[in-house]
Design a protein. Structure first.
Length: 159
């Protein structure tokens, strides 16, 4: 098992020094789901929720979350992100919105946390915009699907 690098010699948290790491092209793709009722799905599809276009707002929230991950997760580095793409797939069986976030940069540390934060914020935004019509939505399966670049190499989740 790899050594944890976020602790100093006193066992206290630290931000890892990435000064000497090589600059490489890095990508990460994360995904998650929010399970909803068919009636909630109908509102999303028809744009009939009072707060507006659910997916448009969730997309902007996901992009903002990726850009600000370093402000939310204490040991994340601020990164010059070069691309963020949030996509949605609406499923009627099971009834859910599938969320995917692809993030890229050229830098010294990976963008996995940015992709995961983007999916999380998009899911939370969908919940916020739909909570007037459904309170028991379930946000599930937020996970890293793949990453490329860096010293640790590429990763792809098993199906």
């Amino acid at each position: 098992m790899p050594e944890l690098t976020h602790f100093n010699q006193q066992g206290r948290a630290k931000m890892v020094d990435v000064t000497e790491k090589a600059v490489t092209h890095r990508t990460a793709v994360a995904a998650g789901e929010i399970h909803i009722y068919q009636s909630t799905m109908t509102h999303i599809k028809n744009g009939t929720l009072k707060k507006g276009d659910v997916l448009a707002v969730a997309q902007v929230a996901g992009i903002q979350a990726a850009k600000h991950t370093w402000e939310l997760i204490p040991m994340c580095h601020p990164l010059p992100l070069t691309g963020i793409d949030i996509t949605f797939r609406l499923s009627d069986e099971p009834c859910m919105v599938e969320i995917s976030a692809a993030v890229t940069c050229t830098g010294v540390t990976g963008v996995e946390m940015e992709a995961l934060a983007a999916v999380s914020a998009a899911a939370l935004t969908i919940y916020d915009m739909c909570k007037a019509v459904q309170k028991d939505m379930k946000i599930t399966s937020i996970r890293l699907l793949e990453k490329t670049g860096g010293k640790s190499g590429d990763y792809r989740a098993e199906e």
